[in-house]
Write a protein that binds this ligand. Structure first.
Ligand SMILES: Nc1ncnc2c1ncn2[C@@H]1O[C@H](COP(=O)(O)OP(=O)(O)OP(=O)(O)O)[C@@H](O)[C@H]1O
Ligand SMILES: [Mg+2]
Length: 277
């Protein structure tokens, strides 16, 4: 049986000030003489404290959207507000500050610096934020400890498992205490159990107030979110509240122990097929 989260309201923050607001958000890519319409005018509001999953076929514009709301890219047209500030009106310094302090990004392939210890990877955003060395070490240590990696600070990425590397990446994303965590297929390179561990971390952070926006191809991962957006051909096809989000920690507890888990055991929570890539 699936464990469902006890939430007083599925989208508890639905009436609060939107932390992300997009109007007619458009992104074209020019390739020689042709134009790729990656996003064709997205209108959306995401409230502070929501946990939103984004699904949709490959090429439907999910990563393009994430890169725009993460201020890693600029739209061709349309308007975007992050934490009430219209991005277009920010100076380059203010934009860098917004990106560094308000938004944490987690990627499928972890994107850690290869020859750099876990702690030094987590310190990178603090270096950009101009935090002095001693405070950097302390904050990176705390962020890693909160993700169960206190004893792995000095490990290089290739001395860590995939799940541990993703937890280092999450610690790096959180070390500046952002308002928003953007995760583009964060469990795509992980097995079912490890993926659920990451989801349980996201749900814990979300309960503490962090806004989470996560891209996934897996229906059972999206089932952990409060709200599910579906993209198709650069458009928002549907936007639905999930009335009973799956509780990832409870699902994890219900999984058989590692040594009992059979090869090819079905994924955790949802019976339906994941969508094709
Ligand atoms: N830098 C780029 N230059 C040209 N076209 C691009 C670029 N980035 C993305 N595209 C195109 O924009 C469209 C949307 O791509 P995007 O990466 O947002 O899709 P996606 O939904 O994230 O797909 P996937 O599930 O495979 O990650 C695709 O047609 C893609 O080929
Ligand atoms: Mg993508």
């Amino acid at each position: 049986m699936q464990a469902r989260q006890q939430k007083e309201m599925p989208s508890a923050a639905a009436t609060a000030e939107p932390v992300i607001r997009a109007a007619g958000l458009t992104r074209d890519y020019h390739l020689g003489d042709s134009i790729v319409h990656a996003l064709r005018g997205i209108d959306i509001e995401i409230a502070r404290g929501e946990f939103v999953a984004i699904m949709g076929p490959s090429g439907s514009g999910k990563s393009t959207f994430m890169n725009l709301i993460g201020c890693l890219d600029t739209p061709t047209d349309g308007r975007l507000w992050i934490a009430g500030e219209e991005v277009e009106h920010l100076s380059p310094d203010d934009l860098a500050h917004l990106r560094n302090r308000r938004i944490g990004f987690v990627f499928q392939q972890f994107n850690l610096l290869a020859r750099t210890s876990a702690r030094d990877n987590v310190e990178v955003p603090l270096i950009y934020a101009g935090v002095p060395a001693r405070e950097r070490h302390e904050r990176a240590h705390r962020a890693l400890a909160e993700l169960g990696l206190a004893t792995h600070e000095r490990h290089l990425p290739n001395q860590l498992s995939g799940g541990q590397q993703q937890r280092v990446a999450i610690a790096r994303a959180l070390v500046n205490s952002p308002d928003i965590l953007l995760a583009d297929e964060p469990t795509g390179a992980l097995d079912t159990r490890t993926g659920l561990e990451i989801l349980a971390i996201f749900q814990r952070l979300n309960k503490a107030g962090l806004t989470v926006v996560l891209v996934t191809h897996e229906a059972d991962i999206a089932a952990c979110a409060d709200r599910i957006l579906r993209f198709r051909d650069g458009r928002l096809l549907s936007d639905e509240v999930n009335p009973a989000p799956v509780d990832a920690a409870a699902e994890l507890a219900a999984l058989p122990a590692d040594d009992e888990e059979k090869e090819g055991a079905p994924p955790c929570v949802h019976p339906q097929e994941s969508e094709p890539r």
